[in-house]
Design a protein around this ligand. Sequence first.
Ligand SMILES: Cc1ncc(COP(=O)(O)O)c(C=O)c1O
Length: 366
Amino acid sequence: MSSPDLGEAERRAVAEVLATPFLSMGEQAKEFERAVCQTSGAAHAIAVSSGTTGLHLCVRAAGIGPGDLVLTTSYSFIASSNVLLYENAVPVFVDVDVRTGNIDPDRLAQAARQLTEGGKPAQTWLPRRAAAAKKPKAILAVDVFGQPADFDAINAIAKAHDLTVIEDSCEALGANYKGRPAGRLGEFGVYAFYPNKQMTTGEGGVVITDDEEAANFMRALRNQGRAEGDTWLQHTYLGYNYRLPEISAALGRAQINRLEEMLSKLALPLRKLSEDHDIIVEGHTDDQGNDARNLKLSKSRAAAVRDYLVNAGINADRLDSEGYGETKPIDDNKTKVGREANRRVEFMVLEQSGDGCPRPAAAPPP
Ligand SMILES: Cc1ncc(COP(=O)(O)O)c(C=O)c1O
């Protein structure tokens, strides 16, 4: 996660929209969707007002409804569970692999099997007041802090139990899993564009999928339930206003053009930090070519990183042993080093627990 990188191209793109009367439902959103398809390789992109609304559309498109059980991670931003509650579905929280922070495929397989079989073991997966155990409906996996979850294993479990797979890739645009782009690993993927993401549209998000029927359904839901061919006052479905404004879409077009440049800018200080200071950047790039753009540090390393940042003139006040931290902008914004350092980088400090497994010392702020 980082602060936004905005320049002349973004200012010009937004100003050009403001010179027209077309502030919603215009060509900018359509062009932005085309650019997302090109970047991700997806057949369909549906631009929406946030990552949360994109995930909600996926839940609707997957036919998830009241009482349905959805297997999901126990470590995420709240929105990935809230979208299940919007439909009165039941999130079944599965523990994470401590090396990645992502859903543990062994535990996921166990949950799917035990819930399907029923009986006492099934009940242990459920909140006390949930409906009786039954076969789950879907998996909602999250690529947490830019690191893709283990989707080969997740998809194999989904296939064995006939489950729909939603990938919350809100934090992972630009990351790869075994050479494939994050967001493209399940049936539906969602990227988010809040200003702490790899690129921003202010607020915004996008759903990607290869499923044409589902894409058309989500386009209709996004636009007050108007299906293709409906007039302004015709509403085939119960829908929402989840549209992405044209100003945001124009900003998104300018940003996605610069995505590679912005990602490598973010990766540079992390690489330099690990090279110069022998810091272990956990999950940064693993031996299978999977990326994580965030940095996890053991508690013992936090002090060394703090010293490194302070020596580089970066204010690292919030990088403390309490857990989560971030660097703050430094005064010198004129030099290249200063500008580079002013791209904020957020850190999560991990504690060694009794069993030797690193655990987050504190939950990250929203
Ligand atoms: C994992 C995850 N899911 C969902 C969301 C929701 O995205 P938005 O804030 O755009 O609604 C976020 C955003 O912070 C996120 O990090």
